[in-house]
Design a protein around this ligand. Structure first.
Ligand code: MOS
Length: 711
C-alpha cells in the first residue's frame, strides 16, 4: 500500500482524534518506493508530452575566445530539424539573474563570447532526440581563439579577496595570531589541497518547457520548484505567476540541480517554436554544465601549549572559481565552528579562471575545510603527544568561535564518547606503523564533523477533505532523500492523525514559496510550515461539524516566525572513525570499516536518516581515495569527463559503514530537527587520511590519496 493512494471508503469525518505524536521517529520506507523500483515513477526525461520536440546542446570546443561563424543552413536541411538557436537569433535574457546573485553563466546565447570549454554555443531542436543529436554533432562552429588560463594555484596573482569582491566572505581576525604562534610550544603549519570534484547524480539533468494558456509550464529535475520558477520569470522578464515549475521525482541532486543551462535553453526553444521542447543532458555534458566542487588550497597553522591547548588557529582557504561567477567554496566554515583558540584568523580568496562556474556540492565548504582542519588537528595531536579525541575535547569552545554567538546545542562530546566506545578507540596504539595484517599495514583515524543546521521561510497549506483525509501542499523537493515520507510523518503528528490519512503533494511552484532542498535546511523549514498550517487548520475545523465537499483549507507562511528568532548558531555535530589497510608494496588503501556518530537534533525517519548519513560517509570515502577532475591545460577542458575516467567509490570499495546518533534535544526551531543531508560527508576524508598516516607514518595532505602519494 502506498500512502499516496489513500482512498477512504466512507464520508464520515473525524477531525479530532486523541492527540498522538507517534509517527515522527518511527522507521518508514519511502512512500514512493514501490513506484520507483517498478518504473512507475516518472522522471523529467521520461514524461510524454504531445508534440514534444527535442533539443540537443552544442558546446564550445575552445576554452576562450569568440564565435566566428555558425553554419546552420546544412543542419537545418537534415531530417527532422526544426531550429538552430544561437547568439544571433535567440531570445534576449535579463542580465544579473542567478541562484546566488548575479551570474553571467545564465546569459546563454546572448553574444559571441566563449568563456570556457564546454560553454553552450547553440541548441539544435528536432522532432526526435536522435535527429537533434545527429544535427548538433554535424553543426560547424568556428572560433577566434584567445589564450586561456585554467591553472589553479594558491598564489595566483588574479585572486579575489574580501577587499576586492563582495562575494568573498569577510575575514575573521580575533586576537593576535602571530604572537600566539610565537608563544606556542607546538606548531603545525601545512598546506592541504583538494581537487575539482564532479557532480554525477544518477538521473542526468532534464527539462521540458511549453506554453499553455499563456503560462510557461516547466517539468524538470530540480531542488526547489518555486525558486526555479522565480528565476525563470526574472530571466525571461515574465510575471512570476505566469511560470509553473514541477519536479515530482528527482534522481539525486546534491547541489547540482539549481538553475541550469539546459532548462534555460529549453524555455528559449519552446518560446521560439511555440511547441513543447525537452533538453536532456548527457553524462559528458554534465561535466561542464551543472557545477562542480572547485579545487581548494588551504594553509592551516595551529599553535598550542605543550598540553595541546590551542593558542592560535589560522586558516586561509583559496578556491578555484570562474570568470563568470565568483563562487566561493567557504572552507573556513569549519574553523569558524569547531575549536576555541585564543586567537582565530580565517581568510578566503578565490581565483577566477577560464572554466565553468563551480557550484554547491554536498556540504559546500565544510567538506574540504574539514579535511584540512581535521588533518591538522591530527598532526597536532601527534606532535603534542595527545590523543586526538582528548585534544579536541580540550579545545571545545564556549561559543561559536567565528561569530561569538551561543550554539543552539552542541553535543559533540557525546559523539566522541559513543564513537570511541563502539569503534574500540581505547585499544589504539598512538604510534604510527605498528599494526600489520600480512602485507597490510593497519591504522585507525578519526575526525570531527559539523554542518550548519539552519531554517528558512516556507509556505504550506493543508486541506481537511470531506472523506476524513488530509492533503498537504508544499513546494518541497524530494531529491531522493525520502523528504516526502518525512513530511508525511511530520504532518500526521501535527494533525494528530494516522500517517495513512495524509496525502503529500510537493514539488510544484504553484504551492507557493518554500526553501530549496539544500543547505541541510529543507526538512526543517518545510516541517515548520506544515506544523503551522496544521495549527491554523485546527482553528478552522469545528469538531463534530461535517467537512464540506470542497474541504477546508488552511495556509501558513513562516517568514515572520523564522525571522523573529533569537540569534544562535545552529549546527549538527559528529565524530567520524575509519580503519584502513594499506598494501605496503603497492600503496593501495582499503577502508575496512567506518563509523559515524552524529548529534543531529530530532530524527524524523531513522530509515532514511541513516541512508543520508551513510550516503554522505560513502562520498567522504570517495573524496578521500578516488575523486579528482583533471584539467587538460592545453585544451582547457577536463581530461576525464566521463564515468570511465572519473573515479569514484564503487560497491567493492565500500565496507560496512555504520551511522548512528546521540540524543540532541534542541529548540532552536520548534520541530527540534537539524538537517542531516550533508553532515555525513564532513570529516570522512580526514578520518581516512588520518588512518592512512596511522597505518604508514606518511601524512596525506593532498586528495585524493592516490597510490603514488601513499608510500
Ligand atoms: Mo546542497 S550542496 O545543500 O544542495
Amino acid at each position: 500500500m502506498t500512502l499516496l493512494d489513500v482512498t477512504a471508503s466512507t464520508t464520515t469525518t473525524e477531525t479530532t482524534p486523541t492527540r498522538t505524536h507517534d509517527a515522527v521517529g518511527t522507521a518508514n520506507t519511502r512512500v514512493e518506493g514501490i513506484a520507483k523500483v517498478t518504473g512507475q515513477a516518472r522522471y523529467a526525461g521520461d514524461i510524454p508530452f504531445a508534440e514534444l520536440a527535442h533539443g540537443w546542446l552544442v558546446l564550445s570546443t575552445v576554452a576562450r575566445g569568440r564565435i566566428r561563424s555558425i553554419d546552420a543552413e546544412p543542419v537545418l536541411a537534415m531530417p527532422g530539424v526544426l531550429a538552430v538557436l544561437h547568439h544571433e537569433n535567440a531570445p534576449r535574457l535579463k542580465p544579473g539573474v542567478g541562484l546566488m546573485g548575479p551570474d553571467a553563466s545564465t546569459l546563454l546565447l546572448q553574444d559571441d563570447r566563449v568563456p570556457y570549454r564546454g560553454w553552450p554555443v547553440a541548441l539544435v531542436v528536432a522532432e526526435t532526440a536522435e535527429q537533434a543529436r545527429a544535427a548538433a554533432e554535424a553543426l560547424v562552429v568556428t572560433y577566434e581563439e584567445e589564450p586561456h588560463d585554467v591553472v589553479f594555484t594558491a598564489g595566483h596573482p588574479g585572486a579575489y579577496t574580501p577587499e576586492s569582491s563582495r562575494f568573498v566572505q569577510p575575514d575573521v581576525e580575533r586576537g593576535d595570531v602571530e604572537a600566539e604562534l610565537a608563544a606556542s610550544a607546538v606548531v603545525v603549519d601545512e598546506e592541504y589541497t583538494t581537487p575539482e570534484q564532479y557532480h554525477n547524480a544518477m538521473e542526468p539533468h532534464a527539462a521540458m518547457a511549453r506554453w499553455e494558456d499563456g503560462r510557461l509550464e516547466v517539468v524538470d529535475s530540480n531542488q526547489g520548484s518555486h525558486a526555479v520558477a522565480q528565476l525563470l520569470a526574472a530571466l525571461f522578464s515574465l510575471d512570476g505567476d505566469s511560470v509553473r515549475v514541477r519536479s515530482e521525482h528527482v534522481g539525486g541532486a546534491f547541489g547540482s540541480k539549481g538553475f541550469n543551462a539546459h532548462l534555460i535553453l529549453a524555455v528559449m526553444a519552446a518560446t521560439q517554436l511555440d511547441r513543447p521542447v525537452r533538453v536532456v543532458l548527457t553524462r559528458r555534458q554534465m561535466f561542464s554544465l551543472v557545477g562542480y566542487r572547485p579545487a581548494t588550497a588551504q594553509r592551516v597553522r595551529l599553535g598550542a601549549d605543550a598540553d595541546g591547548r590551542l593558542r592560535a588557529l589560522d586558516h586561509e582557504s583559496v578556491s578555484l572559481s570562474s570568470a563568470l561567477q565568483q563562487f566561493v567554496e567557504a572552507s573556513t566554515r569549519h574553523s569558524r565552528a569547531l575549536y576555541g583558540a585564543d586567537a582565530l584568523r580565517v581568510r578566503t580568496k578565490v581565483v577566477p579562471l577560464d572554466v565553468g562556474a563551480p557550484s554547491f556540492m554536498r556540504a559546500p565548504g565544510w567538506a574540504p575545510g574539514s579535511f584540512a582542519v581535521e588533518s591538522a588537528m591530527d598532526e597536532l595531536a601527534d606532535k603534542s603527544g595527545e590523543d586526538p579525541i582528548r585534544l579536541r575535547v580540550r579545545n571545545e569552545p564556549a561559543v561559536a568561535p567565528g561569530s561569538g554567538l551561543p550554539f543552539s546545542s552542541r553535543n559533540i562530546i557525546a559523539c566522541y564518547e559513543e564513537g570511541a566506545r563502539r569503534f574500540g578507540w581505547a585499544d589504539r596504539d598512538p604510534r604510527p606503523g605498528t599494526r600489520r595484517d600480512g602485507r597490510w599495514a593497519l591504522g585507525l583515524g578519526m575526525a570531527a564533523s559539523a554542518h550548519s543546521a539552519g531554517v528558512a521561510p516556507a509556505t504550506a497549506s493543508i486541506t481537511a477533505e470531506a472523506d476524513g483525509t488530509f492533503t498537504v501542499r508544499i513546494a518541497a523537493a524530494d531529491i531522493g532523500t525520502g523528504a516526502r515520507t518525512a513530511l508525511i510523518l511530520i504532518a500526521a503528528d501535527a494533525l494528530a492523525v494516522p500517517k495513512e490519512s495524509v496525502r503529500m503533494k510537493i514539488a510544484d511552484s504553484d504551492f507557493g514559496p518554500a526553501f530549496l532542498a539544500g543547505g541541510s535546511m529543507g526538512t526543517t523549514s518545510w516541517a515548520w510550515a506544515i506544523t503551522e498550517a496544521a495549527v491554523a487548520l485546527s482553528k478552522k475545523v469545528v469538531p463534530g461539524d461535517p467537512i464540506p465537499p470542497e474541504g477546508i483549507m488552511a495556509r501558513a507562511d513562516t517568514t515572520e516566525l523564522v525571522g523573529g528568532r533569537e540569534q544562535r548558531e545552529s549546527l549538527g555535530f559528529g565524530a567520524q572513525f575509519a580503519e584502513v589497510a594499506v598494501d605496503v608494496a603497492t600503496g593501495e588503501v582499503r577502508v575496512r570499516r567506518m563509523l559515524g556518530v552524529f548529534a543531529v537534533g530530532r530524527v524524523v525517519n531513522p530509515t532514511t536518516a541513516r541512508s543520508q548519513l551513510i550516503g554522505g560517509m560513502t562520498w567522504g570515502l570517495s573524496m578521500a581515495l578516488h575523486e579528482e577532475g583533471v584539467r587538460d591545460v592545453a585544451s582547457g577542458g577536463l581530461a576525464n569527463a566521463d564515468l570511465a575516467a572519473y573515479h569514484f567509490a564503487s560497491n567493492a570499495d565500500v565496507p560496512v559503514i555504520e551511522a548512528d546518533w546521540v540524543d540532541d534535544p534542541d529548540t532552536y526551531n520548534p520541530s527540534g530537527i537539524k538537517g542531516l543531508g550533508e553532515i555525513g560527508i564532513v570529516g570522512g576524508a580526514a578520518a581516512i587520511a588520518n588512518a592512512v598516516w596511522h597505518a604508514t607514518g606518511v601524512r596525506q595532505r593532498h586528495l585524493p590519496i592516490r597510490l603514488d602519494r601513499v608510500l
